[in-house]
Design a protein around this ligand. Structure first.
Ligand SMILES: [Zn+2]
Length: 136
């Protein structure tokens, strides 16, 4: 084990753990991780999912569910935690979801989720950092 190195410069919204190249690809360039690749798919503990970049709390384990999509899925974000834009890449109209604070890309929302919202927030696990035992 080596100590993580402290970034030389620390911007206003990115003072946590430096992002890995794959996390940067997802969060800054709207990438998508391989389905089924995130250990958070199987995360069943209570806790809060934070933005992997700026650390803002985004989702509670209370709204997480098993969608079978291969990505961590939630039926609602924490109030005001995320923003959305219409994404027309690849000839599909989808709603893109990003962190409301740092605008890091998180995933997409689809209208085929469970009650009570009917929404499926399909998130990249690499864009989230899970804090077990926290309450939102
Ligand atoms: Zn953020």
């Amino acid at each position: 084990m080596t100590e993580p190195t402290t970034p030389a410069s620390c911007g206003p919204v990115s003072c946590g753990t430096p992002l890995s190249p794959e996390q940067r690809r997802i969060m800054r360039e709207h990438g998508t991780e391989r389905p089924g690749s995130s250990p958070l798919n199987d995360e069943k503990r209570e806790g809060v999912y934070h933005c992997a970049d700026c650390g803002t709390p985004l989702f509670s384990s209370k709204t997480k569910y098993e969608s079978g999509s291969g990505w961590p899925s939630f039926w609602a974000p924490l109030p005001g935690a995320v923003g959305s834009t219409t994404d027309t890449a690849f000839g599909m109209v989808r709603t893109e979801i990003h962190c409301a604070k740092c605008h890091g890309h998180l995933g997409h929302v689809f209208p085929d989720g469970p009650r009570p919202t009917g929404e499926r927030y399909c998130m990249n696990g690499l864009a989230l950092s899970f804090h077990p035992g926290e309450t939102a």
